[in-house]
Design a protein around this ligand. Structure first.
Ligand code: SAM
Length: 289
C-alpha cells in the first residue's frame, strides 16, 4: 500500500507540474513523461550518479532531473529543445544551486566541443524520434567528448536492433556501428503505463559503455562499407558491393568472406577486414595512376 501511495504521489506531482505550467505534451518532440517512481529510481541507481558529471537530454518537467540531483551528482547539465520548460528548469536551478544548469538547444545540432568537462555520463529518457541519430552522433564524437557511459530509455525495437546478434532480422547497420567500440546491455523493459501520455510502444533502458580498447579503423570508410553491404538486405554481399566500382570478388577473397552470403551473416570482424582491405585497394589504385 505504501508503494502504491508513493507511486500515486509521483504521478500526482507530474500531473501537478503539467497543470501548473500549462504543459501540453508535444508528440513531435516525443514528449512522453515518466511518472513511475520505481522506473525512475532504477534508472538513477543503475547510472551510479554519485560524484559524476551528468548530462541529461530532454529534462522536460524535470522529475528524472531532480532525482539525479537528489542522488548527489557532482554536476548536471540538462539540454532541452522545448523552451516551454524553461520556467520549470529555472526553478530547479534556484532550488539546487550551482551544480545544475540547463541549455535550451536541439541536441542533434548541439556543438559538444563547447563543453569543458570530460567523462560525462549521459542519462536520458530520449524522445523516440531522435534516439538513433543521437546515439550515432555520440558514438562518432567520442574523440571530442570522451563520455564515460550512456544510460538511455529508447523504444524497445531500437534496443533490440542495437543488441541484435548476427544472422537475426534485427542485426544491421545500427547494431554494428554501436557495437564496434562499445558494449551494450539491456537494463529494463518499461511498459507504456509508466508514462503520461502513454506511448504506443514498449520501451527499454539500455547502457552503452565504451570498450577499453578502441579499434583502429577509419570509421567513415567502415560506415560506408557497412551501409553499402546492407543497402539491399536480401541481396548477396557481392552484389551490394558492386556499387563501389572495385573488384568486389578480390576484395571479398582478401577479406576471407564468401561473396554469396548476405550482409546479415557477416560479423563485425568481417566488416573490419572488408573495410581495411577496401582502403588498401583504393590506395593501390591511386598509386597506379
Ligand atoms: N525527461 C523527461 C521525463 O523523463 O519525463 C522527459 C522525457 S521526453 C520522452 C523527451 C524530452 O526531450 C522532452 O522534454 C522533449 O521536449 C525533449 N526533446 C525532444 N527533442 C529534443 C531535441 N532534439 N533536443 C533536446 N531535447 C529534445
Amino acid at each position: 500500500i505504501k508503494e502504491l501511495i508513493m507511486k500515486k504521489n509521483y504521478e500526482n506531482s507530474l500531473r501537478e507540474i503539467i497543470k501548473e505550467y500549462k504543459l501540453k505534451p508535444k508528440k513531435k518532440l516525443g514528449q512522453n513523461f515518466l511518472h513511475d517512481k520505481n522506473i525512475i529510481s532504477s534508472i538513477v541507481n543503475k547510472a551510479n550518479i554519485e560524484d559524476e558529471d551528468i548530462i541529461e537530454i530532454g529534462p522536460g518537467p524535470g522529475i528524472l532531473t531532480e532525482s539525479i540531483l537528489n542522488n548527489k551528482a557532482r554536476s548536471l547539465l540538462a539540454i532541452e529543445k522545448d523552451d516551454s520548460f524553461e520556467v520549470n528548469l529555472q526553478k530547479i536551478r534556484s532550488n539546487y544551486g550551482d551544480n545544475f544548469d540547463y541549455l535550451i538547444s536541439d541536441v542533434i545540432d548541439f556543438d559538444f566541443k563547447k563543453l569543458t568537462k570530460k567523462n560525462y555520463k549521459f542519462v536520458s529518457n530520449l524522445p523516440y524520434n531522435i534516439s538513433v541519430p543521437f546515439i550515432l552522433k555520440l558514438i562518432k564524437i567520442r574523440n571530442i567528448i570522451p563520455w564515460k557511459e550512456m544510460i538511455l530509455m529508447v523504444q524497445k525495437e531500437v534496443a533490440e536492433r542495437i543488441t541484435a546478434n548476427i544472422s537475426t532480422k534485427n542485426y544491421g547497420r545500427l547494431s554494428i556501428m554501436v557495437n564496434l567500440n562499445n558494449d551494450v546491455e539491456k537494463l529494463l523493459n518499461v511498459k507504456p503505463s509508466s508514462f503520461i501520455p502513454r506511448p504506443k510502444v514498449d520501451s527499454t533502458v539500455i547502457k552503452i559503455s565504451p570498450k577499453n580498447k578502441k579499434i583502429n579503423i577509419n570509421t567513415e570508410v567502415f560506415e560506408r562499407i557497412v551501409k553499402t553491404c546492407f543497402s539491399q538486405r536480401r541481396k548477396k554481399v557481392k552484389n551490394n558491393l558492386d556499387q563501389l566500382n572495385i573488384n568486389t570478388i578480390s576484395l571479398l577473397e582478401l577479406s576471407n568472406i564468401d561473396p554469396d552470403i548476405r550482409a546479415e551473416n557477416i560479423d563485425i570482424e568481417g566488416f573490419i577486414r572488408i573495410s581495411r582491405n577496401y582502403e588498401e585497394l583504393i590506395k593501390e589504385n591511386y598509386e597506379d595512376f
